[in-house]
Design a protein around this ligand. Structure first.
Ligand code: ZN
Length: 236
C-alpha cells in the first residue's frame, strides 16, 4: 500500500485543520476576551460615575440645608427687633438656637460629604484613565488579531494548494477510505506499536495477527491495507 503518499496528505490536512481551528475558534475567542476587557472598563466607569454623582448630590443637599438654616437664623434675628412680648421673644430665641444648631449640623454634614466626594472623584478619574489605557491596549490586541487572521488566510491558501497536490498522489480507494475516516477519526493513519501490539490511534491492544499484517504491508506496496479492528484507522 502507498502509505507515504497518504501520510504526506495527512500532514497537510493536519496543518489545515490547525489553521482553520485557529481561524474559527481561537481568534474569535481572543477577540471576545479583548472586547470583554473594554466592557469591564466601561462598567467600572459607569459605577464610579454613579458613585460620584451620589456623593455630589449628598454634598448639594447639605449645602441647601445650610443655606436654609442661615435664612431661618437671620429671619429670627430680624423678627426679634421691636418685639415687646417676652413670650414671643423667647420663642424667637428658641428658633434662633434651633437654626444655629441646624447650621452646625449642616456644616458638619457638608464637610463629611466633601470628604467623601474627593475619593469618589479620584476613583472616577482612575476608572476613566484605566478605560483610556484599556482602549489603547485592546485596540493593539485587535490589530494583532486582524494581522494574524490575514496571515492564517494566506497560509490556508498555500497549504490547500499543497494538500490538493498531495491528494493527487493517493490512490482513489485509499482516498475514499481516508476521507470517510477523517470525518470521525483524526489522525486517520497511525503507527502501529509492533512491540506491544497497540494501535496508536485508540491505544487498544490488538491481536498478534495485526502486527504480522502491518509488518508485511511495510515491505510491499501491493500488500492489503491494514486497519485497526477497534477504531478502523489505517495502520502502518
Ligand atoms: Zn485503533
Amino acid at each position: 500500500m502507498d502509505i507515504q503518499a497518504l501520510l504526506a496528505l495527512q500532514e497537510e490536512d493536519g496543518h489545515l485543520r490547525a489553521l482553520q481551528r485557529e481561524l474559527r475558534t481561537i481568534l474569535p475567542k481572543r477577540r471576545a476576551e479583548a472586547k470583554a476587557r473594554l466592557l469591564a472598563a466601561k462598567v467600572a466607569v459607569d459605577a464610579a460615575t454613579r458613585e460620584n454623582l451620589d456623593a455630589e448630590k449628598e454634598a448639594a443637599r447639605y449645602e441647601r440645608d445650610y443655606r436654609r438654616s442661615i435664612d431661618r437664623l437671620s429671619r429670627a434675628e430680624q423678627a426679634a427687633f421691636g418685639v415687646v412680648g417676652s413670650r414671643h421673644l423667647q420663642n424667637l430665641a428658641q428658633e434662633h438656637d434651633r437654626a444655629q444648631a441646624d447650621i452646625e449640623k449642616a456644616e458638619a454634614g457638608k464637610a463629611k460629604a466633601d470628604r467623601e466626594l474627593t475619593p469618589t472623584q479620584r476613583r472616577l478619574d482612575a476608572a476613566r484613565q484605566h478605560e483610556a489605557d484599556e482602549q489603547l491596549a485592546v485596540q493593539a490586541v485587535l490589530d494583532d488579531l486582524d494581522a494574524r487572521k490575514r496571515r492564517i488566510e494566506e497560509e490556508i491558501a498555500k497549504v490547500t494548494a499543497r494538500r490538493d497536490a498531495a491528494r493527487a498522489n493517493v490512490p482513489q480507494d485509499l482516498l475514499r477510505r481516508y476521507d470517510r475516516l477523517s470525518l470521525t477519526r483524526w489522525p486517520c493513519a497511525v503507527e502501529f506499536n509492533r512491540a506491544d501490539n497497540v494501535c496508536m490511534g485508540c491505544n487498544l491492544v490488538q491481536p498478534p495477527s495485526i502486527a504480522q499484517q502491518v509488518q508485511k504491508a511495510s515491505k510491499s506496496d501491493s500488500a492489503a491495507l491494514v486497519v485497526c479492528p477497534s477504531c478502523g484507522r489505517i495502520l502502518f
